[in-house]
Design a protein around this ligand. Sequence first.
Ligand code: AHR
Length: 513
Amino acid sequence: MIKAKVLLDRDFDIGAVDDRLFGAFIEHLGRCVYEGIYEPGHPTADKQGFRQDVMALVRELGPTIMRYPGGNFVSGYNWEEGVGPVEDRPVRLDLAWFSKEPNLFGTNEFIDWCRMAGIEPMLAVNLGTRDGDAARNMLEYCNFPGGTAWSDLRRKHGWEKPHGVKFWCLGNEMDGPWQMESKTADEYGRRAYEAAKMMRWIDPSIELAACGSSARSMATYGQWEQTVLEHTFDQVEYISLHTYLNNYAGDTAAFLACPDLMDTFIEEVVAIADSVAAKRRSSKRIMLSFDEWNVWYRTRRDRATRVKEGWPVAPPILEEIYTMEDALAFGGACISLLNHADRVKTACLAQLVNVIAPIMTEKGGAAWRQTIFWPFAQMSRFGRGHALRAKVDSPTYDATYYDPRGKQDNYYPIAAAPYLKLSAIADRGTKGLNLMMLNRHLTEPLSVEVMARGFSGKSVVAAMTLHDKDLQAVNSAAAPDRVAPRKLGRISLDGERIKLTLPPASWSVVSLA
Ligand code: AHR
């Protein structure tokens, strides 16, 4: 058994966790929309074709904000073709995923779906094949009350009241050569600035996110953020970050350490954003929108494969089946986000259903939770409050993370990764303390002693652990609960002192209220 000590204090605060940290993402990609959230004719579908079995799982998962409609897809999307009478909507080739897009589901259906789910919509505009003109028209269609051509068109389509969408993404991954009409940082920065300016003139209450790098491993990373923010600083509130964790190397210890690189990534982007502010002697702080994050590596596809497969509608692509070890790395990412609550204000798990997703469905059949469903649902439930600065004294290990998608050196050393990765939340509702903990030791239980100053007189109201001896265990339609949280035993409370033992290779949550 290895041992760790934690010291925290109710008054040592990182920052308030924004509810938008628990976001997710729906892209027109594979079976995320079609056969995912939308399947007319499914036994549980309502009159709009929204699958209610999926809706129930989404409510349980607890996302707060939903990004739409892409992703790579948005860079070729004509939003006008996804509104109005369905029979008039064209079928288009989607060059992002080499699929056909039937446009049966579009912006208005998405807004209705979000309202039904109690989720805030986040829309992305196309700054790939299109520009500020299409973006400002879309905003006018969505948010302007009426009396203009675009807003009256929305009313004619059946949505009398404006959608009031607050959060808008200015394109997607515009630095990536795989993107339709990718750009240099200067080209994108200028275009994003002009689009943002017009959008804000129409609706000054909106919040805007500029595209950061599509990965920390991009050759242009750093310079891209700097240049884009130099153009857009006065017109945006956020810069985006994207990360997909992988275990290509089959090195589980390194895989579980790699969320620490997310910490580095966040801190680097904060430094760049603040350097742009410093040059302007500005007190404005650009916040971070981590609007794509997850584990993803088994189902990545090259363009040649996609071309060979033709142009299907809603093909079963990127249907990553998540293992127990994926859930652990994923849990580490949850902790990284929470521990940067002062600057990361929005984050979106990519994606929601079927496509690299916590929820899987069968056409006409069942829906079930993947392993990664659990850390997300628990983060959303127990992460509401203030993130506390915890001093973690834990044995550590060194690892080398391999990312073949890197454009420079593919090997990333991670020095002194603590076996215990932890987030402590002062719960807004219960006034208690929630601990989210990852034991990254693959074979040893971890004995943890927490000195929680300012939290005496509490009792344990929830204690759960996600652990399975088989790190390759998965959930499926036949065995949907193979990997699920179980009770975490042996917790002792003595005043402000908490003692507990985490199983090897486990994600655990303890809530005191
Ligand atoms: O989430 C899948 C894809 O990953 C998105 O479309 C793109 O933005 C990213 O590269």
